[in-house]
Design a protein around this ligand. Structure first.
Ligand code: GLN
Length: 287
């Protein structure tokens, strides 16, 4: 345990990094990486430059900011909220505490959708609960001829998503809506979603690793599948004939999701695993 009163050398990058690594030792699985990434973000240098010149000095003001960021990290704030951005599907996205931090496992959802659309294919895609826009923007970038509509029930999230779209030059239609509610009569060939699917009483939500992220992006009701149920029930009306729904879900929700899909006349139901081998994405087609 490192005392908060121990003042590291305020000017040497190496000294600050060593202090940071000790501070995070018991709070992060990657203390060195976290410290280097934050130092790089703060000094607008690459991580390799930060690592290569530990003897370089930074101002006392920056050193103070670095220590403040490290203390927030030590309390569990996701690294992406401290740097303000996160990489997803090779796209650099701005994120804030109004949006979930995009996860690597969600790339599986994008992978599965892309399998169904040829590189120059034309399709209409709806992303439900887009957050910072990660899924919608990855799809638009990978399949430029698709028309992508993305909805979210958070104005703050949509504002971040649309700024991400403009900055990246990717055109997506952003709509303020709780699931399907504000959508007009248009139909989609594909609906994709990473909805909230964590059970309301899951300790990770209350005092665990998820407590810093927006509750409404994670809380799937008591049984964890309240939003999933709402989406599966509403999707057939919005999907074009033969359209496909693809959902990310919890690693123990495959059977529930598959059952719900079958009960709502979806067929060709299949589940795919994430890189950790967990059931993560289930999809089905309407007749
Ligand atoms: N993948 C997140 C987690 O369990 C949950 C995301 C979600 O609810 N959509 O860490």
């Amino acid at each position: 345990m490192i005392s908060e009163h121990v003042q590291p050398d305020p000017v040497s990058i190496g000294g600050l990094l060593d202090w940071g690594v000790r501070l995070l030792a018991s709070n992060s699985t990657s203390p060195k990486l976290d410290a280097e990434v934050l130092m790089a973000a703060l000094t607008h240098r690459s991580r390799s430059t930060v690592m290569a010149f530990p003897e370089r000095a930074i101002s006392r003001k920056l050193a103070k900011e670095f220590r403040a960021l490290m203390h927030r990290r030590a309390k569990g704030t996701p690294l992406a909220y401290l740097t303000g951005h996160k990489e997803f599907y090779s796209i650099n996205l701005r994120v804030s505490s109004d949006t979930l931090v995009p996860r690597p496992e969600t790339e599986i959802l994008v992978d599965q959708l892309l399998r169904h659309i040829a590189p120059m294919g034309v399709a209409k895609v709806l992303d439900l609960g887009t957050g910072c826009g990660a899924i919608a923007l990855a799809i638009k970038q990978q399949r430029p001829n698709t028309s992508v509509v993305a909805v979210d029930a958070s104005e703050a999230a949509l504002s971040i998503a649309s700024k991400n779209g403009s900055r990246l030059g990717l055109e997506v239609e952003w709509i303020f809506s709780s699931w399907f509610k504000a959508l007009d009569e248009q139909q989609f060939g594909f609906i994709v979603s990473n909805p909230p699917y964590v059970g309301r009483e899951d300790p990770r939500l209350i005092d665990g690793v998820l407590r810093h992220e927006p509750r409404e992006a994670l809380d799937g009701g008591m049984d964890g599948v309240a939003s999933i149920r709402e989406i599966i029930t509403g999707a057939p009306r919005v999907l074009a004939p033969g359209g496909t729904l693809l959902l990310e879900h919890g690693n123990d929700q495959k059977l529930t999701v598959s059952k719900l899909l079958r009960a709502n006349s979806f067929r060709s139901i299949e589940t795919h695993q994430d890189l950790a081998g967990h059931d993560r994405v289930t999809l089905g087609r309407v007749a």
